[in-house]
Design a protein around this ligand. Structure first.
Ligand code: AGP
Length: 364
């Protein structure tokens, strides 16, 4: 497929730049201000069924799996249903217990990823209820699912996913809010999250406007042989996704770790040639994250922090606007898409078509 690049040099840049509008689209027509909830037309799940869910299992691959990790934390946090995300490919081969009280959610941009589709088919054969969180309308996974939430990111052409990741996480926030308001989430918390969601497009635009600064940072770090990405709890999936993005388009080796795991091994890797990107939101883990940065500094590691305020321990800080704690991961991922982009550009990589990768993996 070929779409107008709208003055951008690459589809990736175009798609990164479209994210404020894309988020606007996934929210449009779904928010119910009066009852501080969300209407999701295609969910196919009534309130009684929603109350009967004991567990949520999210399945996807690559970036969609990472979006699922944040989705799981939103569902567990807002709807108080135990939730986790797993690579669909692994789930399929471990003969998992398929439980009638578990809600299964398949996540996919293309809706055609074979490993995800096969997991959905296996689940349905065993009588499970499966929802889809899918971007491409009418795709195989969307058709196979019992219902779901369309992500409405619009066409994503670049092999690496950016705007669809962001929109998928927002779709999960809507689903979590919907389930939460049927279960135990208060009107006040519903309202708080809705207000946070409404602030997202403007805040995304604000981050995108700092592109020139991020480009300069990319030039600083582009000579790294390898990079470490760390975060805690909500910040960890952001680290995972940012490290995947960097690997895919710059071919710089990158690892993501929960900051708390550093001392259990990966700290041995820290030296000036291995810089760290630290996800440091202003939340209850701020002091813990600062302590992790201190450990890295003590081993003469360079640090680029993504934070809500200047971080003394870091060599550089990218400051992002603060939202509700639950929604912060959505914003913290965006400057790191730009960092990966400008690093790859500085290294002269073929950004829209990274070597060895395909946009959708329709074979096993
Ligand atoms: C994203 O940057 C990747 N190229 C890849 O991990 C992708 O997210 C994965 O293959 C899943 O694709 P899907 O969302 O279309 O199912």
């Amino acid at each position: 497929a070929s779409y107008d690049m709208g003055g951008h040099d690459t589809y990736m840049h175009k798609e990164i730049s479209e994210q404020a509008d894309a988020v606007d689209r996934v929210l449009r027509g779904r928010i119910d201000e009066k009852f501080s909830t969300v209407h999701l037309g295609g969910l196919n799940l009534d309130a009684r069924e929603a109350r009967g869910i004991r567990r949520v299992k999210i399945l996807g691959c690559g970036t969609s799996y990472h979006a699922g990790l944040i989705g799981a934390s939103l569902i567990e946090g807002l709807a108080r249903i135990p939730a986790d995300s797993e690579p669909a490919s692994e789930f399929r081969y471990r003969n998992p217990v398929v439980d009638p009280d578990t809600l299964y959610i398949a996540v996919s941009q293309s809706g055609e990823t074979y490993d995800v589709l096969a997991a959905v088919q296996e689940l349905k054969r065993k009588g499970a209820r499966v929802l889809g969180v899918v971007n491409v309308v009418g795709s195989a996974i969307a058709r196979e699912a019992d219902g779901g939430v369309y992500v409405h990111a619009g066409p994503e052409v670049c092999v690496v996913s950016t705007k669809c990741f962001t929109n998928t996480v927002v779709a999960f926030a809507l689903l979590a809010l919907h389930l939460g308001r049927i279960r135990d989430l208060s009107v006040a918390d519903g309202k708080r999250i809705i207000e946070g969601l409404r602030r997202l497009p403007g805040q995304i635009q604000e981050i995108l406007e700092s592109e020139e600064d991020i480009k300069k940072l990319a030039a600083e770090y582009a000579n790294a042989k390898s990079m470490m990405f760390i975060g805690r709890v909500r910040g960890y999936p952001v680290a995972l996704e940012a490290s995947l993005k960097l690997k895919e388009i710059s071919y710089i080796h990158a690892e993501a770790y929960p900051a708390s795991e550093l001392k259990h091994g990966p700290l041995a890797l820290i030296e000036p040639a291995m810089p760290t990107v630290a996800i440091v939101p202003n939340d209850s883990l701020l002091e813990k994250n600062r302590a992790a940065m201190e450990e890295i500094k003590a081993r003469s590691g360079r640090i680029l922090a993504v934070a809500h305020q200047e971080q003394e321990k870091a060599d550089h800080t990218i400051i992002v606007p603060k939202n509700e704690d639950e929604l912060d991961p959505i914003l913290m991922g965006i400057p790191l898409q730009l960092l990966a982009y400008h690093t790859a550009l500085a290294l002269g990589r073929d950004i829209d078509k990274p070597r060895n990768l395909a946009k959708s993996v329709t074979v096993e």
